[in-house]
Design a protein around this ligand. Structure first.
Ligand code: FAD
Length: 406
């Protein structure tokens, strides 16, 4: 019997464990999970709905060692992973932009489906069990000086979201095995901005967002921006945060078009027409017709127009400047929120040290690494879980095939 140890009871760990255990009784599969319960992070994914894949996946949705990732993402495609979940008794639905969710709309269903299949297959799960030492021993490995295995699949995630069990421990384990690590950085996180108006906290507005590095636009995206007391968040901001975190010395600015639906000329015309229609109306009330109050007031303040100023006292020039501010409000980016707030890790184990087909380490023929531990990360939209299932299944399949070939 081949003893297969899986370090990390998260998404890729369960995908790998189920794949190996389905091959039958020739394999004894044990998951070692440092937390009290496995798959804790899954419950937090997709705001509790678990965006588990994306049927519109393309290579440009991934970063890091993308050429490496393509093999597993193609063989274990979104459709293949949807079928994998169907084989666990979990149906899915596809929503806008190709995002795949469990049909139940609950992340807990994904967790239960994985747990019940692992239990049916006799996968052993040791919880409260952090692996802190991996020693190569007789072709296999000795974990923490006490657990022996013939094959080891390391699925211990990255450094993002330590409250869900992932604190970079996987990188320390690999570093001790002399496997190179590309510097981890937080991705899919919020931005901190210098001199950010705290009054904006709680505002949500669909904006066209542009990120600039030294006056050149490096990223542009439209979506709902969430204003916070430290800076900006929301999906479009999370999408571009990787560029900021992986270039810590660069100075970025961010420009928000707070009314992308209206051209600057039409906006100017609207402001002036409204001001003529009712000149006694305050500038603050005028903006209430087009923007959330706190945002309108903050933009007026930036143009030094007191919000109580009657419209008849605002010059055409000031209205022009106000329209410019609404269409291109600029903040200086001071950094990103750290790993505590990030959804995923950019960087990680250098994929050059592994086979793209099997996830097997070139230095250690019985060591496999998958999921977020590898230097592969995706954007918002189900791409990271898609990678976790695909790479986990690829490693599991390789363990089974290589064993059968012996
Ligand atoms: C709030 C939040 C929301 C997210 N939403 C989405 C989403 O909707 N769609 C999407 O695609 N992605 C989402 N992600 C990202 C996605 O969850 C991860 O990329 C994915 O779970 C990574 O899978 P993994 O198997 O590599 O690692 P994880 O799922 O992180 O699992 C790693 C496991 O290993 C355990 N572990 C760590 N070190 C050790 C050790 N030394 N010994 C034993 N056990 C250890 C951890 O406790 C953990 O259970 C989200 C992430 C967060 C934080």
């Amino acid at each position: 019997m081949t003893r297969v140890a899986i370090v990390g009871g998260g998404a890729s760990g369960f995908a790998a464990a189920i794949t190996v255990a389905r091959a039958g009784k020739a394999f004894q599969v044990t998951i070692y999970e440092r937390l009290q319960k496995p798959l804790k992070k899954i419950l937090a994914t997709g705001n509790g709905r678990c965006n588990l894949s994306n049927v519109e996946l393309s290579p440009t949705d991934y970063f890091g060692d993308t050429d490496f990732a393509e093999n597993a993402l193609t063989r274990f495609s979104p459709q293949s992973n949807i079928e994998f979940f169907e084989s666990l008794g979990l149906l899915t639905k596809t929503e806008e932009m190709g995002r795949v969710y469990p049909l139940s709309g609950q992340a807990a269903s994904v967790r239960e489906a994985l747990l019940s299949e692992a239990a049916r297959l006799g996968v052993r799960i040791l919880t409260d069990c952090e692996i802190t030492e991996i020693q190569p021993r007789n072709g296999g490995f000795l974990l923490n000086g006490q657990y022996v295995c013939d094959k080891l699949i390391l699925c211990a995630g990255g450094s993002a979201a330590p409250k869900h069990g992932t604190d970079g421990g996987a990188f320390r384990l690999l570093d001790n095995l002399h496997i190179p690590i590309k510097t981890p950085a937080p991705a899919l996180t919020a931005l901190t901005c210098a001199h950010f108006p705290k009054s904006l906290k709680g505002v949500r507005q669909t904006c066209f967002v542009r990120l600039f590095y030294e006056n050149s636009e490096v990223y542009a995206i439209q979506g709902e921006v969430q204003f916070t007391d430290y800076g900006l968040s929301g999906i479009p901001i999370m999408q571009l945060s990787r560029l900021v975190s992986t270039n810590p010395k660069a100075r970025f600015t961010i420009q928000l078009d707070c009314l992308p639906q209206i051209s600057e000329t039409d906006l100017c015309r609207f402001l002036e027409t409204e001001a003529k229609r009712d000149g006694t109306k305050s500038a603050g009330t005028l903006l209430l017709g087009i923007l959330p109050q706190a945002l309108g007031n903050a933009l007026l303040l930036r143009r030094r127009i007191p919000k109580d100023t009657p419209c008849e006292a605002v010059s055409a020039r000031d209205f022009g400047a106000l329209a410019k501010e609404i269409k291109g409000c600029v903040f200086s980016v001071s950094g990103v929120r750290g790993f505590d707030f990030a959804q995923v890790t950019a960087g990680g184990a250098d994929c050059a040290a592994f086979s793209a087909q099997s996830m097997r380490a070139k230095q250690y023929p019985n060591l496999y690494v998958c999921g977020e531990t590898l230097n592969v990360d995706g954007g918002c939209g189900g791409y990271n879980l898609q990678w976790a299932w695909s790479s986990g299944r690829a490693a599991g399949e390789a363990v089974v095939k290589e064993q059968s070939a012996c």
